[in-house]
Design a protein around this ligand. Structure first.
Ligand code: SLL
Length: 178
């Protein structure tokens, strides 16, 4: 269909992962070397105010997203995970951090190429940098481990916006209704 010229429509998203350490009981149910469970996904960052359709508290993006593909590390069976309905997420267990390729495919009305994102799955906590000098004396400090508060989960999410420029009229109508 004809495109609506001079228009840009933005859809805010967050993508990334959360991870938790497996409990002893959970460890008994997965591969022996797996230490963490993580959830990887693409979610709406739109305000849920006034929205009837909600998935896990966030806007359901299936009115414009047809599918999300997550390409996991080759150590996973069937590393290409295809999710064609919300929530656009994958939950797995594992032992390591790695880079994931995320591909977002839009509904046909969008007449847009898929968007590709990259995310590095985090399962370990951030470590505070060692203080390099003593703030009081100004003298170099011998390295000492910085105690960290025990944290039970790790979150690595990024904000982004999907931008549709000059959307086809039919797609514009769909976006406008949401
Ligand atoms: C590393 N470059 O060496 C990374 C690779 C791979 C993570 C991490 C287990 C999959 C499975 C898994 O956690 N792979 O065996 O089911 O740290």
């Amino acid at each position: 269909t004809e495109r609506v010229r001079g228009i840009q429509i933005h859809r805010p998203i967050i993508y990334g992962n959360s991870a938790v350490l497996l409990t002893a009981n959970e460890r008994a149910t997965v591969a022996a070397d797996h230490t963490h469970r993580w959830t990887l996904g693409v979610r709406s960052a739109a305000s849920v105010e006034g929205r009837a359709e909600q998935v896990g508290g966030a806007e359901d993006m299936s009115y414009f997203i047809k599918r999300v593909t997550f390409k996991l590390h080759d150590t996973y069976p069937n590393p290409n995970r295809v999710v064609d309905k919300p929530p656009f997420e994958v939950t797995e267990s594992g032992w390591g951090e790695f880079s994931v390729q995320i591909q977002i495919t839009f509904i046909p009305e969008a007449q847009e190429k898929p968007v590709r994102l990259n995310h590095y799955i985090r399962i370990h906590q951030w470590h505070l940098p060692e203080p390099f000098w003593d703030p009081d004396s100004g003298l170099p400090k011998p390295a000492a481990p910085t105690p960290l508060p025990q944290q039970d989960s790790v979150h690595a999410w990024q904000y982004d916006e999907i931008v549709f420029t000059d959307p086809p009229q039919a797609f514009f109508d769909i976006l406008r209704q949401h």
